[in-house]
Design a protein around this ligand. Structure first.
Ligand SMILES: O=C(O)C(=O)C[C@]1(C(=O)O)C=C[C@@H](O)C=C1
Length: 365
C-alpha cells in the first residue's frame, strides 16, 4: 500500500466514525423534536397546536452562526442546520407551504431557502391565491415576493394586506440571478422571441438591449412559465433562474445577465398566527392618515423620538374614501416592545386606522 492510500484510508476511517456520531446525534435531535410535538399536542387541541416556531428557528440559526469556528463558513453551516431543523419539523408535522408558482419560480426557491427542503411546497397561480390558500387553512404558510432591489415594491402583495387577516411571520432575501436559457438543439441565430416575466425583462433590460436588440421580448406570467414555453417552442429563449432551467432541462446560453449584480428580491412569509419576539425582529404596520398638512410628519416623528429605525416606508393610493393615504411601514423591533407600544399609541391618535401586519425575526439566511 502506498503512503498516499494509507493516509487516505486513515482519514476516511475518521470520516466514517464522525459520520456515525453525527447520524446518532441528528436522530437524538429528531427524537427531541418528536417529544416537543407531544408537549405541544398535550397543551392544545391537535388542530390548534403550532408546530412551526419562526422565532425559535431564527434563534437556533443565529447561534449556529455565532459559535461557528470554521473551516465551513457561517452561512454554509447555518444552511446545514436549516435542513436538519426542516427534517425535524416535518417529523412533528409536515408543513404545506403555498407559493407563487408554477414550480421552478424564484418564490419556490425562496420558500425552500426559508423552510428547508422537507416541506411540501404547493404552487399557486397568483399572489391572491397564495393568501386565499393560507386563509382557508389549506396551507400552513404562504410565500410571496414583496420587493426587488432593482424594480421596487410588488404592489399587489402590499395591497393584499389591506383586507387579508393574515400575519407576516417571516422574511427571506434571495439573490436573483437570471440566465438566458434555450433548448439544447436551438440554433441561436434563429431565436425570434425571448420570454420572461415582465419584472425579469426589466431587470435585464440593458443586457438585452446590448445583445438581443432586434429580438421580440414577450412578457408571460412567470419565469418558470417562460421556461416551460421554450421547452415546447423552437426558435425561442427564456430568461429564468437555475430552478426553472433544471426543471425544464434547458441549456444556459448566458449566465447572470441581470443589470444590477446585487439584484435581490425580498419575500414575506404569511401565516395565521402572531410570532413571539426572537430578540432581533422587525414589525410591519399599515397606517391610513387623513389628508391634512403635516400628516407624514405626525406619523414619522414619534419613531424618531423613541429611537426606532424605519427600514421602509411605502405609500399606496387609498382604495376607500376614508383611507386618504395608506402607508406601509417596516421598522426595527417587536410589537410587544415597550417603545414600539408607545409609538403605536401616539400614532393611533392621528391615524384613521392602524393595522399591525406582523412582527417577525429579521431574515437570518
Ligand atoms: O422548539 C420547537 O418548538 C421545535 O419544534 C423544535 C424545532 C427544532 O427542530 O429545533 C423544530 C421546529 C420549530 O419550528 C422550531 C424548532
Amino acid at each position: 500500500m502506498s503512503d498516499e492510500s494509507k493516509a487516505l484510508g486513515e482519514i476516511r476511517d475518521r470520516i466514517d466514525s464522525i459520520d456515525q456520531q453525527i447520524q446518532t446525534l441528528i436522530n437524538q435531535r429528531a427524537q427531541c423534536a418528536k417529544d416537543v410535538a407531544d408537549v405541544k399536542l398535550r397543551a392544545k387541541k391537535s388542530d390548534d397546536a403550532i408546530f412551526y416556531r419562526p422565532e425559535r428557528e431564527a434563534q437556533v440559526l443565529r447561534r449556529v452562526m455565532e459559535r461557528n469556528q470554521g473551516p465551513l463558513g457561517d452561512e454554509e453551516m447555518a444552511r446545514l442546520f436549516r435542513e436538519v431543523m426542516s427534517a425535524c419539523l416535518a417529523l412533528e408535522k409536515p408543513m404545506h407551504i403555498a407559493y407563487l408558482g408554477p414550480q421552478g419560480t424564484f418564490t419556490q426557491a425562496a420558500a425552500l431557502k426559508h423552510f428547508g427542503h422537507s416541506v411540501i411546497s404547493v404552487p399557486q397561480v397568483a399572489i391572491d391565491e397564495v393568501f386565499r390558500d393560507v386563509e382557508a387553512g389549506e396551507s400552513h404558510y404562504g410565500v410571496v415576493p414583496v420587493e426587488n432591489s432593482t424594480e421596487g415594491m410588488i404592489n399587489h402583495t402590499l395591497d393584499m394586506f389591506v383586507s387579508s387577516p393574515l400575519r407576516i411571520c417571516g422574511e427571506v432575501k434571495l439573490r436573483i440571478h437570471h440566465h438566458l436559457l434555450a433548448g439544447s438543439d436551438t440554433d441561436l441565430s434563429k431565436i425570434e422571441k425571448i420570454y420572461s416575466h415582465q419584472q425579469s425583462l426589466a431587470q435585464c433590460r440593458r443586457w438585452l438591449d446590448a445583445n438581443w436588440k432586434k429580438v421580440e421580448r414577450v412578457a408571460v406570467s412567470s419565469n418558470a412559465e417562460a421556461a416551460r414555453r421554450v421547452k415546447a417552442e423552437p426558435n425561442s429563449a427564456a430568461i429564468a433562474g437555475d430552478m426553472a432551467a433544471e426543471l425544464y432541462g434547458l441549456v444556459n446560453i448566458a449566465k447572470n445577465i441581470e443589470d444590477q449584480p446585487d439584484n435581490t428580491t425580498r419575500f414575506l412569509i404569511v401565516g395565521r398566527e402572531d410570532v413571539p419576539a426572537s430578540g432581533d425582529d422587525k414589525t410591519s404596520i399599515l397606517v391610513s392618515m387623513k389628508n391634512c398638512p403635516g400628516a407624514l410628519y405626525h406619523l414619522l416623528e414619534p419613531f424618531h423620538r423613541h429611537g426606532i429605525s424605519l427600514t421602509r416606508i411605502e405609500t399606496r393610493p387609498s382604495t376607500s374614501d376614508t383611507w386618504a393615504y395608506v402607508f406601509y411601514i417596516d421598522f426595527e423591533g417587536h410589537y410587544t416592545d415597550k417603545n414600539v407600544q408607545e409609538v403605536i399609541e401616539e400614532i393611533s391618535k392621528e391615524a384613521v386606522e392602524i393595522k399591525h401586519l406582523g412582527s417577525y425575526p429579521v431574515g437570518v439566511l
